[in-house]
Structures are given as C-alpha cells and as structure tokens.
Design a protein around this ligand. Structure first.
Ligand code: 3HC
Length: 713
C-alpha cells in the first residue's frame, strides 16, 4: 500500500504526492507525512525546489470532515490544528509550488496558500466552502486569502463559500499560473524557473499590499455582513468569517491567526456546525442502499423522452439537457408545446443574461430538446418520464401506451408526487423497469429527486435512477411507495396544522413569519399560493374518502377554492399579490377566516410563534417517525436530506429529524402528547418516537444501529 505522502524526484525537483483517497483530505497522518517529506526534500541536495501535488482525482479537498465531526460533537482530541505544517511549508528554504487539479477546498486551499506559488489545470476549482459546514476556515485561510486576493474578494469567497475555477483564481491572484497539458511537468518546469531565478521566497503571510485601508475596508466588511445576513439567514459562521478577515486587515499575521482560531473553535462547537456536518454526510449516505451494492450494473441513459411539457416536464427536460442528455418532449397540443418551449427558452435566456453560461451553451442545450406531438422516436429512448397531471387513470393510460412502444431495456418513470407506483406499473408488461422519479419544481433548479421503489422495481433500475440523479447534479433519495412518499406525506399534516392555526386565531402572515424566522425558505401559505390552491384542493378531493367522519378537517381551503382565490396565478390566495407577485396581507382573507371560524364554533385566541413552530414542525416529525417505522424511508437522515434539498428546511437545523434530536426526543414527544390531549387523534405520538423518547436515545442513534443491521442484508 502507498504511504499517505510519497516523495520522488523529477528533473531536479522533489515531488511530494499526497495519497489519501478518495479526496486527499488532511486526515491524521497527512500533516506528519508532509513534514517528513519536506524534511527529506530539503536535505536532498539534488532537489532545487519542491512541488506538492495530489494523487488520484484531486488536490486536497479540505480538512477531514470526519475529524471535524468528532470535534463538533466534543469527541476526539479537539479541532485539528494545522499551524505547524503550514509554517513548515512556508518556511521551507526551497521554493514550494503547489500543483492543483480537481479541487483545493477549505484546508486544501489553506495548505496551497502556504506554498510560495500555486499552479493549476484550467478546470481545477479552489474555494473556502467552510461556511457550508457552519464553520470558518480554521487553517489560517482568513489570514492568507485576503493577502493574496484583497479584502473584498476574500469576503465574497468566504461568505458565499462558492468555489471558483482556475482562470478566475488566476485573475484574482489565488494562483500564479494555469497549466495547459500535464500538470506535474508544468509544475516541475515552473519550480525549476523559480530555482533558477533565485532570490527571496515569497511568503503569503508577509504580503500586505492588498490588505487595503481602514476607511475603504470598513464598507467592505459592512457589505459582507449584509451579504451574510441576506444570503445565509440566521447563520453564525458567515458573519463570523467577516470578523476573522477583519482581523487579517487590522492585526499582525500571528494575532490575526489567534483570532481566527478563537472564532473557528466557537463555530465548531455550535449546533449549526453539528447540523451542517450531519447534512454533509447524510447527503452522501442516501446513495448507499443496503441491498443494492455499488457494483450493481446500471443502464446507460443517453436518450430520454418526456410526456408533458408543463412546468414539471419542461423543468425535467432542461435538467436532462443541462447534463447533455438528448430529450424528446411530447405534448398533446401544439399550443401547450409552444408554451412549454417558450418558458424553457425564457429560463435559459435569463441564465445567459445573468452570465451563468454563454449563448452558445444555451443553443447547445435547446438543440438537445426535441418538441413533438407524437410518440415518434420513443422506441429509441433509454428512459421515458411521464410528467402528466396527477391522475391515476391518465397515468395508467399513458403507461399502457408507452409499454407497447418502448424498447425492452427502457426505464419507465412516473413523476408522480403522491400516487401508487405499483398501480401505475400494473398496466405494463415490465414491472421491474417501472420506477417513480419525483422531481421538485422548478425541476431544473431543485436538487431533490425522490426515487420511488415499487415492489417489483429491479435493483438495476434503482441503481440507474441514483446514477442519473447524480449525473443531473441532483440528490436522489430512495423512498418506499406510500401515499405522498416521504416529502408530501409529511407535508400533508404540516399544511393541515397550519390551517388549524389560522382557524384558531393566527393570521397566514403570522404563521409564515414564524416559519421563516425559524429558518424555512418560505412560509407554508406562501408555498400553498405558489403551488396553487386548486392543486391542494384536488389532492384533498382524491383523499376525501380516507378522511374519518367526525375528525376535524381544515375549512379554509374549500372557501378559498370556491372564492376563485387559487394563489399567485389568480393574483390572490392566502395573500393578495401585486404586479410583481409580492405577497400582501389581505383583510378579506382575515375576514373570511374569522367568519369561517365563527360559523364552525372555533374560539379564536392569540397564538405565540413558539406554538406555531411546535405545531407545524412537530407534526412533521411525528409523521416522519411513522414513515421510518413503516420502512418507507431507510434512515432518519434520508428524511432530513429530503427536507433540506426539496422543502426549504434550514440546513443549519439539519433537517426535521435531526432538529428533533437537538430539541430532545423526550421533550418533543411530551409536547406531542400534550397536543394529543388538546387536539385529538392527529397528534397521537408515533410508536417509534415513544420508544426512542422513553429510552433516552435519538433518531441519529437509531440510524446508526439500523445501519449495522442493514449492512447485514
Ligand atoms: N473530509 C472527509 N471526507 C470527505 C471530504 C472531506 N473533506 N470530502 C469528501 N469526502 C468524502 C465523502 O464523504 C465521500 O465519502 P463516501 O464515498 O464514503 O460517501 C467521498 O469523499 C467522495 O465525496 P463526494 O461523493 O462528495 O464526491 P464528489 O466527487 O461528488 O465531490 C468534492 C468531491 C467536491 C470534494 C466534495 O466531496 C466536497 O465538496 N467535499 C467537501 C469539501 C469541503 O467542504 N472542504 C472543506 C472542509 S472543512 C475544512 O477544510 C476546515 C479547514 O478550514 C480547517
């Protein structure tokens, strides 16, 4: 086996290669290996300079997040310290060139910045994404980055957490040269040039010309804090990272590093860091399905066909085209097809205007989408996705038709958001090839795809769906086949409870404000208005036969529907909308709510924001616990990923199930039991929640214990 760090020489240059697959994280042993290799390289009189490079697919993708997880949870020996290794690199007596391919992220970029020079291949990415984990750069990145790129660019890179490509990094001054062709040869040649030139070595920590002046910097820091508050609502780390960069601009390097360390330690000890680190690993765990090994063969999806060019079908077509998959897009009427295409074109044009990609890229993507009114070419498709209305009869008719046309090895997928995938599959002659692919609107943007596994769906088809989600840049979460699957099944009681709250005395805007203050991307009533009151109403009609007589049912949905207040599309729903689609509280709705409550004999009272949050969020958690026990989600963490990537749940709370753990399951269960006593059946505590609460454990612990059991499947 290779050592974590190897030393070789090439053309009179020592080459230090880090070999810690898959992403060369700075795990224990790597810093030690680097020090040993640097010592040896300096002693080697045949080596005039040093190149540090990553083995495999990348440079260093950062500190080892497993180590950070231990530190965040108070286990392990505290947050990793990198000062000594960085100083060792920077104080090297021979020029050190960092050769970057893949990614240099977080600690990876911080190590790179301790080198005297940096080179990279054109498609390499560099960045400080630590805020995505609820922390700040903790290896002197907030001190070296502004010295290389200036205060404004450093604030932007650290607050946004967004990586940049090599050409932009070159412009900003993060790197010194882009290497076309072989990276190692280019880096070695560059290192030789430096050695030939001689002279003092450039140490990043000694640079100061880009640090600006107190007067100019003050407005940059103020703007950075504004950016943090706006784009990272309620989050600690994006604000704190500005403090650390301010220290770089105002304090000597060593003192700035001390300040960075204090802030780093404060952030890593926060609930937000624990939640976001949980989310990082949860997002990667979802693709691991116990009975579907990594080596399961997958179908190659080169050509897709989509039925329905509405909002969903169009969005899915764009997602496919963005990933280079050619798509046939079928509608029943020319007008609908034209509308769908016009929307797609407008979306792409907006992206071009915003500089996200060029006109040429847009043209290539549009050229991959083939609009049509017939099934022509569907016999060539590797995947057909039905994105028609949410109606079982219609979906079954479509599946009957495509089953006759599609080639044997073609996957048949439904974009249903609630319906029984087995019932849809039952009309086909290929139960194993049928799967649910529940995309979220707008499908070209939203990252979540619920992959609904029917009782006969083959393992190869599930594995293909997971691979496809990855190819589309999305997160595929495998769920079982129950009404609404995981996301919408939990959404139903959430929406119902929100309606009860307004009947009992809250206003839609109070509920929405409480939810957005809690961190939800949007309030539930704003979501309802965006999706359409008629859509909710239709869902309710389909499920009405399941409602138990005598059980409380929400009243307002019917009232809004019959008043023609269908949401944003009619300019009014729970809110009124101005010409810019801005939601405005509507006294008419308040009056309608009060009248409805009075007619139903529901007493109205003042509700606190705490009660609103508890009733909206705990009802979801309780449903989540039922879903888990019934086996429709594999792990509590899968539910978290669904809510984080598809339903606007705040990342820094880790998802609903993680949030429940942080509140304490006993506390959550006891409050649910209280609400059960007050409001009846809907609030009956889920048996799993009861058991976990009684035994003083957590959903995370339940996941961990099940992981062992599932591994044995
Ligand atoms: N530490 C530990 N494991 C890591 C890791 C890291 N920094 N980065 C990725 N991994 C693991 C993943 O968990 C995954 O493991 P698995 O196969 O067992 O599930 C494996 O590497 C592959 O990762 P991805 O599936 O994400 O691979 P991709 O090719 O899709 O993406 C990547 C690669 C862009 C590097 C992506 O993994 C990524 O963004 N990683 C995190 C980068 C990051 O946030 N770095 C900063 C860390 S914090 C830090 O450095 C603090 C410092 O300032 C002190």
């Amino acid at each position: 086996m290779d050592k974590l760090v190897n030393l070789t020489t090439q053309d009179g240059v020592a080459v230090i290669t880090i070999n810690n697959p898959p992403v060369n994280a700075i795990s224990p042993g790597v810093p030690e290996g680097l020090v040993a290799a640097l010592d040896a390289a300096e002693k080697d009189s045949s080596a005039r300079a040093i190149v540090i490079i990553g083995g495999g697919r990348t440079f260093i993708a950062g500190a080892d997040i497993k180590e950070l997880e231990l530190a965040a949870s108070g286990r392990g020996s505290g947050p990793p310290k990198f000062h000594d290794i960085l100083a060792r690199i920077e104080d090297s007596t021979k020029p050190v060139v960092m050769a970057i391919h893949g990614t240099a992220l977080g600690g990876g970029l911080e190590v790179a910045m301790a080198g005297h020079y940096r080179v990279a291949v054109p498609d390499a990415m560099v960045g400080q994404p630590e805020v995505n984990l609820g922390i700040i750069p903790g290896a002197e990145g907030t001190q070296r980055l502004p010295r290389l790129v200036g205060v404004a660019a450093a604030v932007d890179l650290c607050v946004s957490g967004k990586p940049i490509r090599a050409p932009e990094a070159l412009k900003l001054g993060v790197i010194d040269r882009v290497i076309e062709g072989d990276l190692l040869s280019g880096a070695v040649a560059f290192a030789r040039e430096l050695a030939d030139k001689g002279g003092a070595l450039r140490k990043t920590r000694e640079l100061s010309d880009k640090l600006g002046s107190e007067f100019v910097d003050a407005s940059i820091f103020a703007a950075g804090r504004d950016q943090a508050r706006k784009t990272r609502r309620n989050m600690l780390a994006p604000l704190k990272v500005v403090d650390a960069i301010e220290a770089a601009a105002t304090l000597p390097f060593d003192e700035g590093c001390k300040k960075e360390r204090e802030i780093f330690e404060e952030c890593i000890a926060s609930d937000q860091a624990r939640a976001l680190i949980h989310a990082f690993f949860a997002e990667r765990a979802v693709a691991k399905i116990p009975d579907i090994p990594k080596e399961t063969p997958v179908y190659n999806i080169r050509q897709a066909a989509i039925i329905g060019a509405g909002t969903m079908g169009g969005g899915i077509a764009m997602a496919c085209a963005n990933a280079g998959i050619s798509v046939r897009l079928k509608e029943v009427e020319q007008a609908a097809l034209d509308r769908g295409l016009a929307t797609m074109r407008k979306n792409y044009e907006n992206s071009v205007k915003k500089g996200r990609f060029s006109q040429e890229v847009m043209d290539q993507r549009m050229a991959l989408i083939h609009p049509q009114l017939t099934y022509e070419g569907f016999d060539q498709a590797d995947l057909i996705i039905e994105a028609a209305f949410e109606n079982m009869e219609l979906k079954q008719r479509i599946f009957g038709e495509i089953d006759k046309i599609a080639k044997t090895e073609c996957l048949l997928a439904s974009n249903t958001s609630t319906l029984d995938i087995d019932a849809i599959a039952s009309v086909t002659s290929r139960l194993g090839m049928v799967i649910g692919l529940h995309f979220f609107s707008p499908a070209n943007v939203m990252r979540l795809v619920e992959i609904v596994r029917g009782k006969a769906t083959s393992k190869e088809v599930v594995a293909t769906a997971l691979a496809l989600a990855k190819k589309l840049g999305k997160v595929g979460v495998v769920v079982g086949n129950c009404w609404g699957f995981v996301g919408n099944r939990m959404m139903l009681p959430y929406m119902r409870e929100a309606q009860f709250l307004v009947e009992e005395g809250a206003t839609p805007e109070q509920v929405d404000r409480a939810l957005t203050n809690f961190g939800m991307a949007m309030g539930i009533f704003a979501v309802d208005d965006m999706g359409g009151i008629d859509v909710q109403w239709r869902v309710r009609q389909e499920r009405k036969h399941l409602e138990k007589p005598g059980l409380r049912a929400p009243l307002m949905l019917e009232k809004l529907f019959h008043a023609g207040r269908l949401g944003q599309k009619t300019g009014a729903g729970w809110y009124r909308y101005d010409e810019n689609r801005k939601a405005i509280a509507d006294p008419e709705v308040h009056a309608l709510i009060e009248k409805t409550a009075a007619e139903a004999g529901i007493p109205r009272r003042r509700l606190s924001d705490d009660e609103i949050i508890e009733r909206c969020i705990y009802i979801m958690i309780n449903e989540g616990a039922k879903i888990l026990e019934e086996g429709y989600a594999l792990r509590a963490a899968d539910i978290d990923v669904i809510y984080l990537t598809g339903y606007g749940f705040p990342g820094y709370r880790g998802g609903p199930m993680w949030y429940a753990d942080t509140v304490g399951l006993k506390k959550v269960r006891d409050r649910i039991a209280e609400l059960h006593a007050q409001h009846g059946e809907f609030w009956e505590p889920a048996p799993l929640l009861n058991r976990l609460a009684d035994s003083g454990t957590t959903f995370a612990a339940w996941d961990a214990s099940r992981e062992h059991a599932l591994a044995a499947v």
